[in-house]
Design a protein around this ligand. Structure first.
Ligand code: BMA
Length: 318
């Protein structure tokens, strides 16, 4: 018997009525876009680190603050621009993109894509207060994007979801571990795109995993190629609480696709792309996504419903 979910389950994410919540017009310096932002709660405020294309097509990271998670005020100065010295200078020359943030061991870890003529690799920076930021290490070679670190250690090791790319195994999700955030290993492939499915071309970790009683919830993006270009959507997967390399279930259907005008058209059309979500005490989660690589949007979902979505009708992970 095919599984037909009740209709209310299909509306898993409730879009905020006043989307988009942040656009280039809110930024006090010249940029063409505001998108793919990480968001965390710090000392009662929501901090958003967002990506912007400059007018030369290369990206920088800005910072905004909010009391309610919906209405954000952008700071006068960008938060991170390509490094001008050290090893980072060589590898960030084409820009810094798509940040993810987790809080662990008393500090915030920011993973971001570092672009240069050598390809794209992942940088790790640290901050305690979002006033100053210190680059720590380049933690992958190229061709990597979308690395998210778990907010807890496993057997004394940090864990991250990786997204390397190779011709033989395109754009799949791996896991790696590290004792010190610098040296990573024990890598293992844990989830692949599924053929002739909404995520058949590429998948990549989105928001850092969220702990729930039934497992770590990972909101990921999946890409489907069409004659009109690629469509970016969001889906969910559930990882074992003790051993996150075990994927318990991957929801067969997407949870969000480009539907509103600001998701269908913009800098790149037909894109919803997440880098951050904030779990609230009432069991809901605020999911933040870039609309068409041009504006920032938010919506809310019940965490338990997202977990049900994984478990009720799963697809194979590999
Ligand atoms: C990916 C990345 C993302 C972007 C997406 C859609 O490859 O570049 O930053 O949001 O494409 O254009």
């Amino acid at each position: 018997m095919p599984y037909y979910p009740p209709k209310k389950i299909i509306m898993l994410i409730e879009r905020y009525y006043n989307n988009p919540i942040l656009t280039k017009d809110d930024v006090p310096y010249p940029v063409a876009t505001v998108h793919n932002a990480a968001v965390v709660k710090h000392q009662g405020l929501y901090i958003m680190i967002f990506r912007s294309h400059k007018m030369n097509g290369r990206s920088i990271l800005g910072i905004a603050e909010s009391a309610d998670g919906y209405s954000f005020q952008v700071k006068e100065q960008p938060f991170m621009v390509p490094a001008t010295e050290g090893v980072f200078k060589e590898y960030e020359a084409f820009g810094v993109e798509d940040p993810r943030i987790v809080f662990i061991d008393g500090e915030y870890l920011i993973t971001y894509s570092a672009y240069s003529k050598h390809g794209v690799r992942i940088g790790l920076a640290k901050t305690k207060d979002f006033k100053s930021v210190e680059r720590f290490s380049l933690i992958t070679e190229s061709d990597y994007r979308n690395v998210v670190i778990f907010p807890e250690k496993f057997g004394g090791l940090y864990a991250r979801l990786d997204r390397p790319h190779s011709e033989i195994s395109p754009w799949s999700i791996w896991i790696s571990y590290s004792p010190d955030l610098k040296y990573w290993g024990e890598s293992k492939l844990i989830m692949k795109p599924l053929q002739y499915h909404w995520d058949e071309m590429k998948i990549g970790p989105g928001a850092p995993p969220i702990k729930t009683p039934r497992g770590w919830l990972s909101i990921y993006h999946g890409v489907f190629p069409t004659m009109d270009g690629s469509v970016y959507r969001l889906g969910v997967a559930l990882h074992d609480l003790e051993d996150p390399s075990k994927v318990i279930a991957v929801g067969d259907e997407w949870i969000l696709q480009p539907e509103e005008v600001y998701e269908i058209t913009g800098y790149v059309h037909n894109v919803v792309f997440t880098c951050g979500a904030v779990a609230e005490e009432d069991g809901r989660v605020k999911i933040y996504w870039g609309g068409a690589d041009k504006v920032m949007c938010v919506g809310t979902a019940k965490l338990e419903e997202l977990v049900d979505h994984c478990l009720n009708n799963p697809r194979d992970s590999i």
